[in-house]
Design a protein around this ligand. Structure first.
Ligand code: WTA
Length: 635
């Protein structure tokens, strides 16, 4: 990795504070962020123990945090629990039982609602079905399904019996699925016959057949039937979901597991090396996501909550499935494209289901801006109380649009920074906090974050550097599956004693964090270290620009020059004049150092399947190089 990264330039400078309304303040779960954070910092173990006491346990812990094998931290050792006990069992026999747990809707307007009692019954039947297939505690079960209630049922059924689920996003290829199945030696694969997306039918079973061909570990495939097409079924290996659960009892004992028992493995794709199997466990994870969810989204018992992520990503695991169910609220699962068949699909869904909390990603917000304000303006969005953002830095322009046009200046925006590895949200506002457009604000109480230079010293306010986490937190990853070496070298080697996030950030004079993107997405222009995201944000603040991806190209004098790939908003066309205008705009908004030498207008940018721009791929294409592992690429 490049030296000097610690001196990343800070170019953007948003100062305006957006204060919470009296109404927001009145209902806020955390009214005094500072007092709570100071108290948590003084006694983190006491603070997390208190959070843990809000959940149900089969046996209490002896130790809150065991750091004796650091950085292999253990939380709540000696305790026994099961996350499903908190997500479902605990609600049975209470009024929550009758509440809607899941609202599901698809592109075609089909709709299903499952109450907590119904969901519990389906989970029990599937858990019994899995036991029939000889799935035991600790066995790995791969799940390759779309955003339907069945994916949640499959995850919960595994967890209930102590099996480890590993969801592979249903857009991945057979090869990528096989690689993940092999790495964890999964015993069972759960999928569906077909899937639907944007009006297309996807042959899921075929992908799975190809993926498991000759697999040494897979013993069974379970197929959820969605279409009417006959699919080929392999004798003794394949079984339909409905046939498997048909004669299963409605009840199934939830298996008590040690707090440190693995709950799931989720793969993150690296740049060139093979994907890392990130391991999360029952105890600490449930404590971390429960506390963050309730405080950050200011959860109230009747909330209808919609996170537009896919359950195949960590956002879906933590904040579509587990945390909302533990909180006993209604979680909306939308299996469709938020801009299909028209750009107001998302607002139609919000209105129809009276969504109170909307949690989405900057990539979608920028796309919605591109289509113009007329689409949200057609709909009554007054049910919305709180907005969230995750997945990438949200540029101030997009933030303001989200705040003004969608939230009508009423709804706080929680810009939540976290990772597959962190399991839970780490840097984020709580709704009672004054906000700044584009800042993830402050570490969640109990989390200590810092920005370091190359020597591991904390940089002064306004200087960029490496974002690290200074103390362990309960929902942290425990290891990389069967690869402790990689766990150590990826996260703990560069700055001993600190967790390295791989992101760049700076802290402003108010202590607010500004995430500048991944450290491998940094340019070096004439000795200035600049995050691609900052130049992109500058471009997107021009009225003609919808999205931008910026890469560095080798330059004999400057070291690197910037090239921008730009998607224009509807109604604009690319021209020489526009190129000059954009360059002027960058000079004015971000600074002369950020002016890109080349600007190319494009229709699409290469993105990961979760919506992040893959600058590495752009760069490889531009320079005619091999793009390395592109299994994460969406198109
Ligand atoms: C980026 C998603 C800026 C960051 C939960 C991180 C963000 C990576 C934000 C993890 C945010 C996520 N502001 N950047 N609010 N949220 N990121 O593992 O670079 O899919 O390291 O987890 O997304 O992506 P992952």
């Amino acid at each position: 990795m490049d030296k000097n990264l610690g001196r990343t330039e800070v170019l953007l400078n948003e100062k305006k504070l957006y204060k919470p309304s009296a109404k927001t303040l009145k209902h806020a779960r955390v009214k005094q962020y500072k007092a709570v954070a100071v108290k948590a910092a003084k006694d983190p173990e006491g603070y997390w123990a208190k959070a843990a006491e809000e959940l149900g346990w089969f046996k209490r812990w002896n130790t809150v945090l065991d750091a004796s094998q650091a950085p292999f931290f253990k939380w709540f050792t000696g305790a026994e629990c099961n996350i499903v006990h908190n997500a479902l069992d605990r609600h049975m026999g209470t009024p929550v039982e009758k509440k809607t747990a899941i609202i599901w809707e698809n592109d075609a307007g089909d709709r299903r609602k499952l109450s907590y009692a119904e969901l519990n019954r389906e989970v029990c039947r599937m858990a019994n079905g899995l036991k029939n297939l000889k799935v035991r505690k600790g066995d790995r079960v791969a799940i390759y399904m779309q955003n339907t209630p069945e994916i949640a049922i499959a995850m919960l059924a595994c967890a209930k019996i102590g099996a480890v689920h590993s969801v592979v996003y249903a857009g991945y290829s057979a090869r990528a699925l096989r690689e993940r199945i092999d790495d964890q030696a999964a015993k069972v694969l759960i999928t569906s016959d077909v899937g639907f997306r944007g009006g297309k039918v996807i042959d899921m079973k075929k992908v799975c057949d190809e993926a498991v061909q000759g697999s040494p570990s897979i013993q069974h495939m379970v197929i959820h039937r969605r279409g009417n097409m006959p699919v080929s079924m392999k004798m003794n290996r394949d079984t339909y979901w409905d046939a498997l659960v048909e004669s299963q009892p409605d009840r199934c004992e939830t298996v008590p597991v040690e707090a440190e028992h693995p709950l799931f493995i989720l793969y993150t794709s690296g740049t060139t090396a093979k994907p890392k199997g990130i391991v999360h466990v029952h105890g600490g994870y449930m404590v971390g996501i429960n506390r963050t969810f309730e405080w950050i989204f200011d959860i109230r018992p009747d909330d209808i909550y919609w996170c537009t992520a896919d359950p195949g990503w960590v956002t879906g695991h933590s904040y579509i499935v587990y945390a909302p169910l533990m909180a006993g609220i209604t979680t909306l699962m939308f299996e469709g494209v938020p801009i299909y068949p028209q750009p107001d699909k998302i607002w139609k869904v919000v209105k129809k289901h009276k969504v109170n909390i909307l949690y989405t990603a900057p990539t979608l917000i920028r796309t919605l801006i591109k289509f113009g304000d007329k689409w949200p303006k057609k709909h009554d969005l007054s049910s919305l109380r709180l907005l969230g953002s995750v997945g990438e830095p949200i540029n101030p322009e997009a933030w303001r649009w989200y705040y003004n046009v969608i939230g009508k200046k009423r709804c706080p925006i929680v810009d939540t920074w976290w990772q597959t590895e962190t399991g839970m949200i780490m840097i984020t506002p709580v709704p009672a906090m004054p906000l700044k457009a584009g800042s993830a604000t402050l570490p969640f109480p109990g989390v200590q974050a810092a920005v370091l230079d190359d020597n591991g010293s904390e940089v002064p306010p306004g200087k960029g550097g490496y974002l690290v986490i200074k103390n362990p937190w309960p929902a942290m990853l425990r290891t990389v599956f069967r690869n402790e070496k990689r766990y150590l070298s990826t996260y703990w080697e560069k700055f001993p004693g600190y967790y390295e996030t791989g992101d760049l950030a700076h802290i402003d004079k108010d202590g607010y964090f500004w995430i500048q993107g991944r450290s491998d997405d940094v340019l070096s222009i004439a000795g200035h270290r600049i995050g691609s995201a900052e130049i992109e944000s500058g471009l997107v603040s021009h009225p003609a620009v919808s999205e931008a991806g910026v890469i560095g190209k080798p330059h004999p004098i400057k070291g690197e020059t910037a090239k921008a790939f730009v998607i224009l908003k509807q109604g604009y066309t690319g021209s020489e004049q526009l190129v000059e205008q954009l360059k002027l705009h960058l000079r004015k908004e971000v600074g002369p150092v950020a002016v890109t030498d080349e600007i190319e207008f494009v229709d699409k940018l290469p993105k990961t399947r979760s919506g992040k721009i893959m600058r590495r791929v752009l760069k490889a294409w531009e320079l005619g190089q091999d793009a390395g592992d592109t299994s994460a690429l969406a198109d």
